[in-house]
Design a protein around this ligand. Structure first.
Ligand code: SF4
Ligand code: SF4
Length: 441
């Protein structure tokens, strides 16, 4: 695609990077059919190619983005299915991140939208505040239907719908030293996952320690920054990335790390991109590249580990839901399936596995109508495999799909922990009728 940026514009490194991305696009449109929003809405401006045109026009002409442009960019899930399909290697993810940051700087959203985005940015990345907010959701639940009738308040209704009715107690399971350790890894503690499903972290620690790998929590580490990044709040995302790079650099320089393990694939995608995010910061560029190179999804690390499957679990029929951030963002597709099959499970992929479930960070709050259609579609595809449970690797997907499916949602770590001597996932106890629990207790 031809571009006409001025030399002054190209002096800005982010604009120069976006210009290189735009120039790679050859307008072929191959990406359209892999795009969930184009598939649902059928509007060229809700396709990757249409959005690239909008972004090009906005950046090249230094335009103040109007509501129409903002609407189509906001509707993008950042699922990166398009980037995976593109024959010209257009790095759409970095381009849309730039567009979101530009919109945040040059567009004044309606008051309710600004307040809701501020609330999400101030609450979700902080586990203590998030837990309090979930408890407070009980007070707002009676008003959910009323909120849903007002487009401005619909995100509040979506938050209430997504909030669990019971908030689990804070995780008590901590890593312990491992004698004769075979490896030493940091585990990203994350923000939303330990609040919503603390058992995932506990299962991960047990699994790794049982295999002889020491797990550490780096002091000072927190949210990876992806929620802020996808809302265009670049300043917050960079601050989160720098804080985490500092925390893991201390661990690397003291006792060393073999990997930084991530159990939430959305966070893993962002961590692996820290080198790009901090490339213009001379104090952090090298350290960020070192941290990014160590970041691995749990499934990638487990393939290098001697997992002793004890053969005691039943060969449950499983629907594997590959999160977009894992399959498109990190291009990890085979490892989770191989691990689950090696553990004795009967693994099935749903039709259209490449299409997003509608979770996408805060998307199911800010774009709840589209997210709902995507969630229903995904739950139906997963259910059609006649599986007894759904397994995934991202808390956002688990929460979103659980809204639309009766099947238990389990994290990969919980099943592998169970298959190597740990307890059966608590989620399965709720569906004893589905899986004949008494046979494997
Ligand atoms: S990131 Fe996903 S929703 Fe956005 S344009 Fe690409 S395929 Fe479509
Ligand atoms: S597939 Fe790639 S090159 Fe073709 S229109 Fe989409 S982004 Fe552009």
């Amino acid at each position: 695609m031809q571009t006409h940026f001025s030399p002054d514009q190209l002096a800005d490194s982010q604009t120069a990077a976006s210009e290189r991305i735009i120039r790679k696009c050859v307008h072929c449109g191959f990406c359209a059919t892999s795009c969930p929003t184009f598939t649902l809405l059928g509007d060229e401006l809700d396709s990757p190619r249409g959005r690239i045109y909008l972004i090009k026009d906005m950046l090249e002409n230094a335009r103040q983005p109007g509501p129409e442009v903002v609407k189509h960019i906001d509707r993008c899930l950042s699922c990166l299915s398009c980037a995976n399909t593109c024959p010209s290697d257009v790095h759409y993810g970095h381009l849309v991140d730039h567009a979101r940051a530009y919109i945040e700087q040059h567009h004044r959203r309606p008051l309710a939208d600004r307040l809701i985005r501020w609330l999400l940015a101030k609450v979700l990345p902080h586990p203590g505040r998030f837990r309090l907010a979930l408890k407070a959701a009980a007070l707002g639940r009676p008003f959910a239907a009323r909120f849903n009738r007002s487009p401005a308040l619909r995100p509040l209704a979506a938050m209430l719908r997504l909030a669990p009715r019971t908030v689990p107690a804070a995780a008590a399971h901590r890593p312990a030293p491992v004698p004769d350790r075979k490896g030493r890894v940091a585990l990203l503690q994350g923000c939303a996952e330990p609040v919503l499903r603390p058992e995932i972290r506990a299962a991960t620690i047990r699994l790794l320690e049982r295999a002889g790998h020491e797990v550490v929590f780096a002091r000072g580490e927190g949210c990876c920054g992806s929620l802020a990044l996808h809302m265009g709040r670049t300043h917050d995302a960079l601050a989160a990335a720098r804080r985490n790079v500092d925390a893991w650099t201390r661990e690397i320089e003291q006792e060393g790390l073999d990997a930084i393990i991530v159990t939430v694939s959305g966070c893993g995608s962002t961590l692996k991109d820290y080198a790009h995010l901090l490339r213009d910061d001379p104090a952090y560029a090298d350290k960020a590249a070192r941290v990014a190179a160590l970041a691995l999804d749990l499934s990638e690390y487990l393939e290098r580990v001697d997992l002793r499957v004890d053969g005691s679990v039943p060969p449950l029929r499983i629907a594997w839901h590959p999160p977009c951030s894992l399959q498109h963002g990190q291009k990890v597709t085979e490892a989770p399936v191989r691990l689950l099959r090696a553990a004795g499970f009967d693994v099935h992929l749903p039709a259209d596995a490449h299409l997003c479930c509608g979770s996408a960070g805060t998307y199911n709050i800010l774009q709840s109508a589209i997210a709902e259609r995507l969630g229903q579609r995904k739950a139906a595809a997963l259910g059609a495999s006649e599986a007894e449970l759904i397994v995934t690797a991202n808390i956002g997907c688990a929460t979103q799909i659980a809204l639309h499916s009766q099947l238990p949602m389990v994290h990969l770590a919980e099943l592998l922990d169970w298959a190597t001597g740990g307890p059966a996932p608590a989620m399965l106890a709720q569906v004893a009728a589905h899986v004949h629990l008494e046979t494997f207790q």
